[in-house]
Design a binder for this molecule. Structure first.
Ligand code: GCU
Length: 605
């Protein structure tokens, strides 16, 4: 039952968005060739491979991969005689000497296109080739065969460059200058409570597409509707005006429409879909067909809204039984990046009787958001606008805006993601407020179907009363609040004396509370760092949760211990934040069972 389309004004904004972006959505729907594996690397703390001795960018830097052509040639590096690092992966946990390394490392990967793509000859003009990076922390400069493809800043979002006219049949060398040095104007800025894992931390792929291909699309239930599916499609390439078919074979529903001169079209059509929920994470195969390309996608359709102090899923009030998590690989440590890592983390959430995970404090890899769609786990996804960002710096703002845009571009078709968070624990100021308001506007501009939140901080009105009145709360759909009563703020019994008030008739999520405990360290419930102290804090915090106004969810800090260079207590922390309910070796602490029990009995008010 294919219906003609009616363009919708409110989606008009999307035209602007896709033009701003070169990111290919859902690369797995296209032909991909993995470049994962061993890459040679050169550690270059003085960036000698990039700058000459006058500290000017050099023409013949390491990106040229030069080889001596005769016995007197002076070349002072050789990738092929260098060690290798595994990609995807952070460099810190692969080499002892790189554990605390922050600086530049050059990566090189050789590939023969003829081996990967036997009929590559026919590549142009009918097909194109891109190189896609899942994420590179922090700054990447990418070169193919000695030619610069481009740069990317931000350690947790994907990017790609076209190589169609640069790639050769054989002996291609892809070189990436990766620099994870921290800096005041970056996002995040200098200080974070997580490890600055550097490297090609996620998958690297070659992506082959037709000369005119389906670059980006947004397909979701329209705001406030259970039946109307709407969105947009963006083609890229030499044939912009095309007939497009969207098909949902399982329910024989779909739509045919035509893209305009910029390859864009929006659409809307009605369909009888079974709505996605954690109890029933129903996903549909959705096929998008253009005259020159076809992409398949698994999409769940659900409605997420607020109604005064409540969060509604498909019109029904929900409670988000959650936990926060860093992208620390379970059991082995380092940046998580595999499907198995994602499965382990989400299995732990399920074991906690949870239905919600806060992916802190940056977009995690695509494996975990796609798996959450399948397993039925709600997601809070966040950009690392964390602590004291340089609010007045325009470059810092554009960087944050770009990371937000890339996060939403990659994951906007994921039913599991219900909240976009634009900041964590940022100090009040007018500059901060205007910075965050602009991010909030950008998020709503990109995606009108989800809720916008941020993790705000406590504000005492008197000794025992805390009010939620951060001015940024005015602009949010859901208020996130971090509080460390019983750990940074008093002892556990103080929690019982505290009353919360809120200025806003809006849902509240306690996005962090917790306490450190070294797994296996036992003592009485007031001895810090013991499992008993952590359990004591959880007992009191859970009672407090029952007294928080408008509470619609919680994501205690944190699912598992994670590395942090700020944590230096010998024999206890040793560069690990120990607030996990599970140790870095995967052993559960007492507090895990307290939260598990609370979530198994928690009933909506
Ligand atoms: C903060 C912060 C976290 C940090 C945690 C802690 O609230 O948001 O990133 O790890 O507290 O101190 O353990």
């Amino acid at each position: 039952m294919l219906l003609k389309i009616f363009p919708l004004i409110f989606l008009f904004a999307s035209v602007i968005i896709s033009q701003e972006h070169s990111l290919i959505t859902n690369i797995e729907a296209h032909k991909t060739f993995s470049l994962n594996g061993n890459w040679q690397f050169i550690i270059d703390p003085y960036e000698n491979g990039y700058y000459n001795y006058r500290y000017e960018p050099a023409d013949n830097g390491y990106f040229k991969n030069q080889k001596p052509e005769n016995k007197w040639d002076l070349i002072e590096y050789d990738f092929d005689k260098s060690e290798t690092l595994k990609v995807p992966g952070d460099w810190n946990t692969q080499k002892e000497k790189l554990l605390l390394y922050e600086g530049t490392i050059w990566y090189k990967k050789d590939f023969d296109l003829s081996r990967l793509l036997p009929d590559y000859q026919a590549l142009t003009p009918t097909r194109r080739l891109f190189v896609h990076f899942g994420a590179v922390n922090y700054k990447a400069v990418v070169y193919l065969n000695g030619v610069k493809l481009g740069e990317h800043e931000g350690g947790f979002t994907p990017f790609n460059f076209e190589i169609t006219n640069l790639v050769k049949e054989k002996d291609n060398f892809l070189i990436v200058k990766v620099d994870n040095k921290r800096s005041r104007e970056f996002v995040p800025t200098l200080n974070t409570d997580w490890y600055n894992y550097g490297g090609l931390t996620r998958d690297v792929n070659l992506v082959e597409v037709p000369s005119a291909y389906i670059k980006d699309y947004f397909i979701q239930l329209s705001k406030g509707s259970d039946k109307n599916i709407s969105g947009w499609i963006m083609l890229d390439g030499n044939q912009k005006n095309q007939e497009i078919k969207i098909k949902i074979p399982e329910i024989q529903s779909g739509n045919t429409f035509t893209t305009n001169d910029s390859g864009y079209s929006n659409f809307s059509f009605n369909a009888e879909v079974e709505l996605w929920s954690p109890e029933k994470p129903k996903l549909y195969d959705v096929i998008i067909e253009s005259e020159t390309d076809t992409v398949k996608e698994k999409i769940g359709f659900r409605r997420i809204e607020v109604n005064g102090p409540d969060i509604l899923l498909n019109g029904k009030k929900i409670f988000l039984k959650g936990i926060s998590a860093h992208e620390e690989a379970p059991l082995r440590g380092g940046r998580a990046n595999t499907k198995e890592d994602a499965k382990k983390i989400l299995d732990w959430v399920k074991e906690l009787n949870g239905n919600f995970i806060r992916l802190a404090h940056y977009p995690h890899n695509e494996n975990i958001v796609r798996l959450a769609d399948e397993m039925g786990v709600f997601i809070w996804s966040e950009i690392p606008v964390y602590w004291t960002i340089l609010w007045k710096n325009e470059k810092t703002f554009l960087n944050a805006k770009n990371q937000l845009t890339e996060m939403i571009t990659r994951d906007k078709n994921r039913a599991s993601i219900i909240l976009w968070s634009v900041s964590n624990e940022t100090p009040l100021s007018d500059e901060r407020l205007s910075f965050l308001k602009k991010l909030n506007e950008q998020a709503r501009f990109l995606d009108s179907t989800r809720l916008i939140t941020a993790a705000l901080e406590n504000h005492y009105v008197n000794k025992n009363t805390i009010i939620i009145d951060d001015p940024f709360g005015e602009y949010l759909d859901v208020i996130g609040l971090n509080e460390y009563l019983g750990w940074y703020d008093g002892l556990p019994d103080k929690i019982d004396k505290i009353n919360y008030q809120t200025k806003y008739n809006k849902p509240v999520i306690i996005s962090e509370f917790g306490a450190d405990a070294l797994q296996g360290f036992h003592g009485d419930s007031l001895t810090r760092w013991t499992e008993e102290y952590q359990a004591n804090v959880y007992e009191h915090q859970i009672n407090l949760m029952r007294r928080i106004p408008n509470l619609c969810g919680m994501t205690p800090w944190i699912l598992a211990d994670f590395r942090s260079p700020r944590r230096n207590l010998p024999g206890i922390q040793d560069h690990w934040n120990r607030k996990g309910l599970i140790s870095n070796l995967g052993i559960k602490k007492k507090a895990f069972y307290i939260l598990q029990k609370f979530y198994s009995v928690y009933l909506l008010r």
